[in-house]
Ligand binder design. Structure first.
Ligand code: MLT
Length: 248
């Protein structure tokens, strides 16, 4: 079993992910919001990569059970019902709903993996559950960091490193091969992962969120293992494969 980490979506094209097991991480905040939504009973999430497509996709789905969610420049988009704060994705807002979801980096990174065998949505919030699932599958995997505008994000790299470490720890005596990028991510995690909230607060994106009034989101996103829900992106939608609502 081999682990690789891709520090930005700009480092791989769509076909690279063909038939691979992928974990997409956007710790601040898209993957955290998606995990909150699915954990609180959202039926499905459709990640989109443009506002125009989000509007079109929303308009073609029926009734009040479809909502639009996400952000542009960290703020809720006009015409959308929910922003990109994981604290907004409470049961009353999302239970049973289909959610069209757009964010600056995270939703685009997820869409980029559409040819994968399976894409798991990972964050600090479900890190242990993601590692359990990867170990159970026993196959090589890629962790794709959503990064920032095609560049590197510290919080995603640290989260990716912690996922790789958690898989290695669970495999005990069986070795986990790691690429140089996966090793670099684990080194970062060793250096900064102990105080996740501090790392997030001091990251560029964390600082921007705090300056814009989203300090509580940073704390939310920093909490490790809040849930054992692992949303899966398959056939253009994200669902909880273990939920009856997902197949209803
Ligand atoms: C993104 O997708 O880039 C982030 O989730 C942005 C944000 O924090 O709203």
């Amino acid at each position: 079993m081999k682990a690789n980490v891709i520090f930005s979506p700009s480092l791989a094209d769509e076909l690279f992910f063909r038939e691979k097991i992928v974990v997409v991480v956007d710790a601040l905040r898209a993957s955290s919001s998606i995990i909150a939504a699915i954990a609180n009973g959202a039926k499905e999430i459709v990640p989109v990569d443009s506002i125009a497509f989000g509007m079109k996709a929303g308009a073609t789905l029926f009734g009040g059970r479809t909502i639009r969610a996400g952000e542009k420049n960290m703020r809720k988009i006009d015409g959308f019902q929910i922003g990109n704060s994981p604290r907004e994705y409470v049961e009353e807002a999302v239970k049973g709903k289909s959610i069209i979801f757009l964010s600056t980096n995270g939703s685009k990174a997820i869409v980029k993996t559409k040819f994968s065998d399976r894409t798991l949505i990972g964050s600090f919030a479900n890190l242990g559950a993601v590692a359990d699932e990867l170990v159970e599958r026993g196959k090589d995997f890629e962790v794709l960091c959503s990064g920032s505008s095609g560049g590197f994000s510290l919080e995603d790299a640290v989260c990716a490193g912690m996922i790789v470490q958690a898989v290695a720890k669970r495999r005990k005596n069986e070795t986990l091969e790691t690429t140089d990028a996966a090793r670099a991510a684990t080194m970062l995690a060793n250096g900064t992962g102990e105080d996740v909230e501090k790392t997030l607060r001091e990251s560029e994106h964390g600082k921007r969120l705090i300056e814009n009034g989203f300090e509580e989101d940073v704390a939310w996103c920093a909490k490790v293992d809040r849930t054992d829900v692992v949303p899966v992106f398959l056939n253009t939608v994200i669902r909880n494969p273990n939920s009856a609502a997902a197949s209803a």
